[in-house]
Design a protein around this ligand. Structure first.
Ligand code: FCA
Length: 369
């Protein structure tokens, strides 16, 4: 059990949306729709309304103020992190400022904003991990404490920085994807000679490279031919970029009968599954398994199955609530957080996703009731 407290999603997405737009005037509106036709509350929905939410009422409190900065505010994962961070803000009574920053310049601007607003610290998933030293220097200017989430800071020497970090057990999660793909392929009795794997990668970022490397490693260990894993690096970790990357592979290998799909996140798999679907390769010819906590679940809940077979569910509760809670205690009581915390994932498919969501205490992340 990852948490005990549960809050229903109704009314939460407007709050998330407000978080994107409020941002003390410094946040960045979403720019990239992730999936055509997305509705509010779904992946890729475009925030439209700004409403005050608890902990973000615009007052200048004497108490604790904490920022939560994310690289892709349009991605459901980050919206869910904010949602759980707000739960921590409500519980402990600190002020939370949610900010989007998709490039280096914006990151430094939002740190300035947080500093001038008197925030004592922030949690951040930076758009560029090599900005670690610049981020720490700017935070230092305002004596702000920093916790990195999801993407770990890399120093000038190319090594991970000694900054408190919460991220995924990325390799293991990737391996779980690979094992589950293999198991399902065996169950369907697809001959390896007629099957290939489409891997949508993003090797620039370690935590996501580890995931796709882990999936490929587990597949090959299980007996999948390494030469039938076709990798394509996406430009961004989004549905449209994955669609583009997958199209290249599918055009080059249009003789393949059955496809396995894996990627860095749900969005990556969904983009490839869409590209396969457009070529008439649907649920009976594709097994796609993502990594996430929202976008993939929305797909699993659709009445008609697609090639998106499942997702290894990760916990935005831990990454959102626990990081801000740790930061709050660090600021308030001087308790430093652990330097490195890794979280796990659990496979969810159409068969079991309701139970997995329940077991993880994540009923609300994708609007499930
Ligand atoms: C990275 C990815 C996100 C999400 C997160 C946990 O930041 O870009 O999609 O998977 O790790």
């Amino acid at each position: 059990m990852l948490r005990t407290k549960r809050v229903h999603l109704a009314g939460v997405f407007p709050a998330l949306i407000a978080g994107v737009l409020l941002c003390c005037g410094c946040g960045e509106a979403p720019q990239t729709p992730q999936d055509k036709g997305a509705k509010p509350g779904q992946a890729g929905a475009t925030p439209v309304v700004a409403q005050p939410v608890p902990g973000e009422q615009g007052k200048q409190p004497a108490g604790i103020r904490i920022g939560f900065v994310v690289k892709q505010p349009e991605e459901l994962w980050f919206q869910n992190e904010w949602k759980f961070a707000r739960m921590a803000a409500e519980k402990y009574g600190f002020e939370l400022l949610t900010l989007g920053a998709s490039d280096g310049e914006r990151v430094l601007n939002v740190i300035d904003t947080l500093g001038t607003k008197g925030a004592q610290g922030f949690v951040i998933c930076a758009p560029e991990t090599r900005m670690g030293p610049a981020i720490m220097a700017r935070a230092q200017k305002y004596a702000m404490k920093v916790i990195a989430v999801d993407d770990q800071f890399v120093g000038a020497d190319g090594k991970f920085m000694q900054v408190p970090y919460m991220g995924l057990s990325a390799r293991e999660i990737g391996r779980n994807v690979g094992k589950a793909l293999w198991a399902e392929m065996q169950r369907r009795q697809w001959p390896p000679a007629e099957t290939a794997a489409c891997a949508i990668t993003y090797d620039e970022l370690n935590t996501v490279k580890e995931r796709t490397d882990g999936a490929a490693e587990a597949l090959v260990e299980a007996g999948f031919p390494a030469e039938r894993i076709f990798r394509s690096n996406e430009r961004e970790t989004t549905v449209p970029s994955a669609h583009e990357a997958a199209s290249i592979v599918l055009t080059q290998h249009n003789d393949v009968k059955y496809w396995l799909v894996f990627s860095v996140n749900d969005e990556g798999v969904l983009g490839a599954v869409r590209a396969l679907g457009e070529r008439g390769l649907g649920a009976d010819r594709t097994i796609g398994i993502g990594i996430g906590a929202g976008t993939g679940l929305l797909e699993l809940k659709k009445e008609t199955p697609s090639g998106f077979f499942g997702t290894v569910m990760i916990s935005p509760y831990r990454h959102g609530y626990e990081t801000t809670e740790m930061l709050y205690k660090w600021i308030k009581d001087g308790v430093p957080p652990p330097l490195d915390t890794r979280t796990a994932g659990v496979l969810a498919t159409r068969e079991n996703y309701k139970q997995v969501i329940k077991d993880l205490g994540l009923e609300d992340v994708a609007g499930d009731k």
